[in-house]
Ligand binder design. Structure first.
Ligand code: ADP
Ligand code: ADP
Ligand code: MG
Length: 676
C-alpha cells in the first residue's frame, strides 16, 4: 500500500489534552511535524505538554478565540481537534478556516448535518441507508408513539447522556419531560427523537476515510457492544458477529452515509444491529477520530492521524478499497479513574507510581506476534482531578486470533500499575475473562446483566494487610508524631500496633521484630475475634520478611513471596499487584473512623464520595436530620450525587458551601447522635 502519506504541514496545533493529544503528537513527531500543545493552568505539567515541541497556555479547552490566536502566534498551519471538546464544533471549524488554518476534520457543513441526530437520520435515509424506525420533533407528536420498548434521545446528544429507555406507554409523558430537561441542561437544546429499541442490540460501527476528490473507503468495523450506561468500555476489531458479506454491505452503507454529506477526513458511522436477525440500522455519525480508533489501526496497519493530515492537506487517499486488508484481531480497554466498587463514581488523586506495559507498539505497525500498545495521558506525579473526562489511558492488544488478543490484553492490564488513583482495571480484567465475552456473545446489555460477577471486592486480603503493616514498621519514623516505635528497644521485641483503614473498614495489625530479617505479624480481623498469625500462614513458625527496592516490595509470608508495587503518601500506603490496588491509611488514635470494623459513615462523619463541586447544600448546622435524608449534592463530570445523613441526629459540622471544590473523602458534614 502506498504509505506513509506525505508530510503536508510544518506545524500543527493540537487542541486537546490527555491521551488523545499525546497520541496525535506521536504521529506528528513521526512525520517530522512540529507539535504545538495548548493547556490550561492546571494542566501546565501534563504529559501532552511535556511531549509537545511547543506549548501555550489558554483559559480552557473550549476557548475558540484563544486557540485560534495561539495557532497564529505559534505559526501553526493546521489544527487537530482530537475527540470531545471542539472536535464536533462547526463554529470552531469555521473560525479556523477564517483564520487561514486547516481544520483537521470534515467541512463545517458535514459536522452540522451529522451533529444533529434527527437531521442526520433524514439525510442518510434519503441516501438509501437503513435507519432505526422512529419519530422526531418538531414534525411528530412524540407522546403519540406506541411501539415499546423505545428509546428517547436528545437530538444534539453524545457520550450516552440523556437517553431514556421507555417500556410502556404510561411512562412516556414523564420520560419525555425528564429527557427534555437533561437535554437542555447538557446540550443546550431540548429537541428529542424517539426510536424503536432494537432487541438483542449490538453496537457495530464502521470507520470511514474520505478525501476531497470523491474517494471514500471504509476500514472495516469495530464491535463496541461492551457498554455501561451507553458508554463503551471495551472495543474490538473485527467484530465476532460480522462476516465478509455483512462487512461489505455495512461498509458500503457507511460510505453512502459519508457521501450524502460531502464528508472528508476520518469519521465513524455507528450502527445498531439486531443480534437475532442481523438487521443493521444507522444510529449516528461521529465526525471525528474516535476513542477506539487504535483497534482499526492495529488490524489495518494504517495510521489514521497521518491519513487525516494527508487528506486535510488536499491529497487523494493513497489506497483504494481493494487494498484495505484486515489482519488478526485487536481489542482495546479504557482505563478510567473510577471506582467500580463505589458505583463507578469518579476518583482522583496524585499518580504516585506508574507502570504501563512496554514496549509500546508503534502506530500503524503490522505485527505477527501478539503485542500491546498503550495510549496514555499519564505521568508519574501528575494529578487526576475532576474537571476533565475520567478516561486516563487505553491499553490495546493485537494478536493473530481473538482468544489470544483477549488474553494478551488481560495480561497487559495485569502488568499495569497505577498507584495513587483508584481505577477500573480489576473490573476490566473480570470483564475480559468472562465466559460470554470470551465466546463473543455480546450485546449492549451484557455488562449490566453480569455486573454482580464483575465488581471487585473491597475486602483487603490478609497478606496485603500484613504487607502494609510490615512496610509501615520498616519505616517507623518520618512525618508521624503519634507513632510510638516501641518495637525497637533492647531486649525481647515488643509488639507495635497499627490501625489501618481501607475501604472495607479498619483493621488492627501488630508487628514485632525486624521486617528486613525476621518479623511476626498478627491481626485481629474483627472486634472480639481471635488473633491470627499472618507471618506463618500455613507453615508454622516461619518469620515474615520484607525486601524493598525502589517502587517494588517483595514480601515473604509462610514461605511464599509476593511482589507488590508500592508508594507512600504521608500516612497512606498504596500497594499494587496484578492490576489490583489497595490504599491503607495509618490511623491516629482518636481520628474519626478509628474504630475496629467501622466503615466510613458509622461515626456520623460524611465524606465526599468523589472529587467534585458542591452543587447544593440542603442542611444547616443545628438541623435535626433522619438517616438517609439528603444533606448535599456533589457534582463531577455532570453527574450528580446526593450525599445523605448516615444516621439520625444533629448536624454539628457543615464545613462546605455551594460552589466549593472538594477532594474525594473530604469531610462534608458531621451528624452527631443525640444520645451521645
Ligand atoms: P467515542 O469516540 O468512542 O464515540 P465517546 O462517545 O465516549 O467516545 O466520546 C469521546 C469523548 O467525547 C468523550 O470524552 C465524551 O465525553 C465526549 N463527547 C462525545 N460527544 C459529546 C457531545 N455531544 N458533547 C460533549 N462531549 C461529547
Ligand atoms: P450517543 O450520541 O450518546 O453516542 P447513540 O445514538 O450513538 O448516542 O447511542 C448510544 C448507545 O445507545 C448505543 O451504543 C447503543 O448501546 C444504544 N442505542 C442507541 N440507539 C439504540 C436503539 N435504537 N436500540 C437499542 N439501543 C440503542
Ligand atoms: Mg454514539
Amino acid at each position: 500500500m502506498a504509505h506513509p502519506p506525505s508530510t503536508p504541514f510544518e506545524r500543527v496545533l493540537v487542541a486537546n489534552r490527555g491521551e488523545i493529544a499525546v497520541r496525535i503528537i506521536r504521529t506528528l513527531r513521526a512525520l517530522g511535524i512540529t507539535s504545538v500543545a495548548v493547556h490550561t493552568a492546571s494542566d501546565a505539567g501534563a504529559r501532552h505538554v511535556v511531549e509537545a515541541d511547543l506549548a501555550y497556555q489558554i483559559p480552557n479547552y473550549l476557548d475558540i478565540s484563544a486557540i485560534v490566536e495561539v495557532a497564529g502566534a505559534a505559526g501553526a498551519r493546521a489544527v487537530h481537534p482530537g475527540y470531545g471538546f471542539l472536535a464536533e464544533n462547526a463554529l470552531f471549524a469555521r473560525r479556523c478556516a477564517e483564520a487561514g488554518l486547516v481544520f483537521v476534520g470534515p467541512p463545517a457543513g458535514a459536522i452540522e448535518a451529522m451533529g444533529d441526530k434527527i437531521r442526520a437520520k433524514a439525510t442518510v435515509s434519503a441516501a438509501g441507508v437503513p435507519v432505526v424506525p422512529g419519530a422526531a420533533e418538531p414534525g411528530d407528536d412524540l407522546t403519540a408513539w406506541r411501539h415499546f420498548p423505545a428509546l428517547i434521545k436528545p437530538s444534539a446528544g453524545g457520550g450516552g447522556k440523556g437517553m431514556v429507555l421507555v417500556t410502556a406507554a404510561a411512562d412516556l409523558p414523564d420520560a419525555l419531560a425528564s429527557a427534555r430537561r437533561t437535554a437542555s441542561a447538557a446540550f443546550g437544546d431540548g429537541t428529542l427523537l424517539i426510536e424503536r429499541y432494537i432487541g438483542d442490540p449490538r453496537h457495530i460501527e464502521i470507520q470511514i476515510l474520505a478525501d476531497g476528490h470523491g474517494g471514500v473507503v471504509h476500514l472495516g468495523e469495530r464491535e463496541c457492544s461492551l457498554q455501561r450506561r451507553h458508554q463503551k468500555i471495551i472495543e474490538e476489531s473485527p467484530s465476532p458477529f460480522v462476516d465478509a458479506v455483512t462487512r461489505r454491505r455495512m461498509g458500503s452503507a457507511a460510505v453512502e452515509a459519508a457521501r450524502a454529506v460531502g464528508y472528508t477526513g476520518a469519521g465513524t458511522v455507528e450502527f445498531i444491529v439486531d443480534g437475532t436477525t442481523g438487521a443493521y440500522h444507522f444510529m449516528e455519525m461521529n465526525t471525528r477520530l474516535q476513542v477506539e480508533h487504535p483497534v482499526t489501526e492495529l488490524v489495518t496497519g494504517l495510521d489514521l492521524v497521518a491519513l487525516q493530515l494527508h487528506v486535510a492537506a488536499g491529497h487523494p487517499l493513497p489506497f483504494t478499497q481493494d487494498e484495505v486488508r484486515l489482519t488478526g484481531h485487536a481489542v482495546e480497554a479504557r482505563i478510567y479513574a473510577e471506582d467500580p466498587a463505589r458505583s463507578f463514581l469518579p476518583t482522583g488523586g496524585r499518580i504516585l507510581t506508574l507502570h504501563e506495559p512496554s514496549p509500546p507498539r508503534a502506530v500503524g505497525e503490522l505485527g505477527a506476534q501478539p503485542s500491546v500498545r498503550v495510549d496514555s495521558g499519564l505521568l508519574e506525579g501528575g494529578v487526576v482531578g475532576s474537571e476533565f473526562d475520567p478516561m486516563l489511558s487505553k491499553v490495546i492488544a493485537w494478536a493473530p486470533d481473538r482468544a489470544t488478543a483477549l488474553r494478551t490484553l488481560d495480561q497487559a492490564l495485569g502488568d499495569t500499575t497505577i498507584l495513587g488513583v483508584t481505577t477500573n482495571i480489576p473490573f476490566l480484567r473480570s470483564l475480559l475473562t468472562h465466559p460470554a465475552v470470551q465466546a463473543g456473545d455480546l450485546d449492549t446489555g451484557l455488562v449490566e446483566r453480569i455486573l454482580p460477577d464483575l465488581l471487585p471486592t473491597t475486602a483487603v486480603p490478609d497478606e496485603v494487610l500484613a504487607t502494609a503493616a510490615l512496610a509501615f514498621h520498616d519505616t517507623p519514623q518520618g512525618s508521624d508524631p503519634w507513632d510510638i516505635a516501641d518495637g525497637w528497644r533492647v531486649g525481647p521485641p515488643a509488639w507495635t500496633a497499627y490501625r489501618l483503614e481501607s475501604r472495607d473498614g479498619v483493621h488492627d495489625v501488630k508487628v514485632r521484630g525486624l521486617p528486613r530479617e525476621a518479623a511476626e505479624v498478627r491481626t485481629t480481623a474483627a472486634a472480639g475475634a481471635a488473633e491470627q498469625d499472618l507471618s506463618s500462614r500455613d507453615a508454622e513458625g516461619v518469620p515474615a520478611r520484607l525486601r524493598a527496592s525502589g517502587h517494588s516490595l517483595a514480601v515473604t509470608l509462610g514461605g511464599r513471596t509476593d511482589r507488590y508495587a508500592w508508594a507512600r503518601d504521608l500516612e497512606t500506603l498504596w500497594l499494587g499487584r496484578d492490576g489490583r490496588t489497595w490504599a491503607l491509611t495509618r490511623h491516629r488514635v482518636g481520628d474519626p473512623g478509628d474504630r475496629p470494623g467501622a466503615a466510613g459513615g458509622g461515626d456520623g462523619v460524611v465524606r465526599s464520595p468523589m472529587p467534585g463541586t458542591v452543587l447544593v447544600v440542603k442542611a444547616q448546622v443545628g438541623d435535626r436530620v433522619g438517616e438517609g435524608q439528603p444533606l448535599l449534592i456533589v457534582e463531577a463530570m455532570k453527574m450528580e450525587h446526593t450525599v445523605t445523613a448516615p444516621r439520625d441526629g444533629l448536624v454539628t459540622e457543615l464545613p462546605v458551601q455551594a460552589g466549593q471544590q472538594v477532594d474525594m473523602d473530604a469531610v462534608l458534614a458531621v451528624v452527631t447522635s443525640e444520645e451521645a
